[in-house]
Ligand binder design. Sequence first.
Ligand code: NI
Length: 389
Amino acid sequence: MLNESRIAAAIDDAVLWRHHLHERPELLYEVEETAAFVAERLRSFGCDTVETEIGRTGVVATIRGRRGTSERRIALRADMDALPIKEETGLPYASQRPGAMHACGHDGHTAMLLGAARTLAETRDFDGTVILVFQPAEEGGAGARAMIEDGLVTRFRPDAFYGLHNIPGIALGTFAVRPGPIMAATDEFRVAITGRGGHAAIPHRTADPILAGAALVQGLQQIVSRNTDPLASLVVSVTQFHAGFAHNVIPDDAIVSGTVRSLSDETRTAAEARIRAIAAGIALAHDCALEVEYQRNYPVTVNDPTAATFCGDIAAGLVGEEAIDRAVDPLMGGEDFSYMLEQRPGAFAFIGNGPSANLHHALYDFDDRAIPYGIAYWVALTEKALSPA
Ligand code: NI
C-alpha cells in the first residue's frame, strides 16, 4: 500500500504543503489563510463539494465513490490551528510569524488529509461518500463544537467520525489506538475565598483567607487519594494560589485555581461534586466564603470499541500487526475531537512521530516521514469502511 504509485504523487505534494503551512501558522479561529489554502487544494482535486466558513473558519469537502449507490457516509477529520509558541527549531521552513508555531503537528495532519483527499478524488474506489473535515481552534477554542453547531452533523450526515494525531515517542511507521477513553476531559476550577482582613498581629479579629486557602489545597488532595477508585484515573492539580500584599496584613481574599483531568463522566462529575463539598466544609470551618466556579472544557475522547478494532485492522494492513499498539495508555491531555465522538461513533488513533521533541514544545516538528503512513491510512480506511457490497 505504501509503495503504491497512486499515493506517491500525493506524498511529495503533501510534504510541500506541510512546509508551506508550517511557515504560516495561524491561531484558533484565525486560520483564514490556512482554510483558503485547504479549500483551493480540495477544489483543484475535483472534490464534489467544498464548503468554507463552517464553524467560522472550518472547511468541509465531500467525495462520492464510483463503486455503487450506497448512502453510507464517513467523516475524516484534521485540525488546522497552531500554538502561541516562539519556534526555536531553526528549520528552513520555520515559522515566519513571531509568537506562532505549528507545535502540535496540525500542519502534518492537514497535509496528510489533503494528500488522502487528492488520492480519493482521483481513484474513487469505494461505495458511499467520504466527508473531509478541516477544523479550526482545536487548541482550546472548541472548533469541533463550533462546526457541529454550524451543521457539520445535520448537513453532512456522517455515520462515523475518524481522527488521527501524531505522537512523539511512538516509532515512525507505527500506530496506536485503544477502545474506550483515549484522551481526558480537561476541566478547570477557580475558588474565590473571601474572609475578613486585618492587622497581622490581631489575627483573632480576622477570618484568614490564606489559612482557608491552605486548607483547601490540602483538602483537594483527598479527592484522588480517598474519594476515587484506585483503578480509575483522575488528576486534581492546584496550579495557582494568589493572596496578600504585605508582611503585616492579613488580606481580605484569596484565589485558588487548578485543573481536573478525568477519563469518565462518572469520575468527572464526582470530582466536581467533591470540590464543591470540600469548599463548603472549609468555608464553615474557617468562617470565610468560598465561591467555586467549575468550568467543563473538552469532554473525554471515547473510542467506540468496534471502530477502534477497525482502525487497528486498517493500520495493521499497512504496517503489520507488530507495528500496532491496540492497548495504548490514554493520554491525560484533552482533544476536542471528543465533541465529534459524542455525536457519532468512531475512533481517534495515534500515528508515530518518532523521537522528536514533545508536542507543544518550541523544538517540536512533525516528521515528514510519517506522511506516507497517514495518507495510506486514510485511503485504506475509506476504501474499507465504504467497500462495495
Ligand atoms: Ni494537537
